[in-house]
Ligand binder design. Sequence first.
Ligand SMILES: *Cc1c(COP(=O)(O)O)cnc(C)c1O
Length: 434
Amino acid sequence: MELTKIILDENEMPKSWYNILPDLPTPLDPPLNPGTNEPITFEELEPIFSTELIKQEMSNERYIRIPEEILEIYKLWRPAPLFRARRLEKHLDTPAKIYYKYEGVSPPGSHKPNTSLPQAYYNMKDGTERLTTETGAGQWGSSLSFACNYFDLECKVYMVRSSFEQKPYRKSLINLWGASVVPSPSTETNFGRKILEQYPDTTGSLGIAISEAVEDAALNENTKYTLGSVLNHVMLHQTIIGLETQKQMEMVEDYPDVIIGCCGGGSNLAGICFPYVKDKIDGKSDVKILATEPSACPTLTKGEFRYDFGDTAETTPLLKMYTLGHDFVPPAIHAGGLRYHGESPILSKLVHDGFIDAASYHQIEIFDASLKFARTEGIAPAPESSHAIKAAVDQAMECKRTGEEKTILFNLSGHGHFDMSSYDKYFTKMLSDD
Ligand SMILES: *Cc1c(COP(=O)(O)O)cnc(C)c1O
């Protein structure tokens, strides 16, 4: 069948998330308590996270049922469409087939509400009244605000200052769904005040914003902290992307040779590829999986695989992951969602063990790829997602050279409607490659 838009029926939406932990060939190195260097315990995480989310973080159950209340809200935009990029293929004159899963159809415009909803839901079930978080580009902050609104939770967002200034409308969207937002470093936490004193002109970083949000949760009653990427339970919730995609690819009787996703903390790539990584672990597939990142924040391509803190103030557990060091402050590039010093421990392990490859790109070539995509497929991509587009285009051009008819699948993690000031800078040649 010559479909362009491959759509699943609402009742074919997956009813469980896929947990890759029990299928990893060797166990994940556990998060450590930095005081004792011993694996962190359930009790140590309880002041910060909801109990169900901690259980999921450590779960060995392969499929975890999605609560009915969450499925009902997912239905506002899920199942998300899978597109065959026929116009892009034609423009590139490639024998390759290019598919993309479009997560920009969610109300906040990215894949992030796939996890903000369950995080808010389980906290509500636990009796939490208020959630704190950090946000880079503002995608996570707006997604958490969106979710807290549905479950009647208060929400406080610490937004990296460079994004707060570059993307004022993300801030408005956070306010629209009811959360409050301050630029980070802020004057509202001890750590924020300390950083501002030392570096009054800092553009901020996710590491600093995380420290502020964790401090806020630790010091305030009935307040818990949430993270939009990196942690195992976030990867779990995002697998709905790949589970849907597998059904959609079956509908057109195709199977990917290459799967691509951009990588900040790793969640949208994990989401689309983990169900396929299972095929790979089971020996049923040799699909190539490619993680793409900015060369200005090259965690997987230039970082070290070791234990490190998730935040700048050294308040989080130590995670075994690829890291550029927890005090790394990346330049204020326009893919704000990819400016994180660390990476999901599961994804890091899969890269380290050779199941996933990584590549990095400069800012201007990313926007060149965005333009090609927008002028063929119509969608204005988020600069983050354009890292995946760039790799897909490169793969398709390689197929043109070799004549191979590969099936390329990438995750279009979000739209760029709030990134127009970045596009303007690109058009007026004000962007630079750091
Ligand atoms: C947050 C974000 C990312 C990066 O986060 P991951 O956890 O690596 O997926 C990528 N794309 C968009 C659109 C985002 O909002």
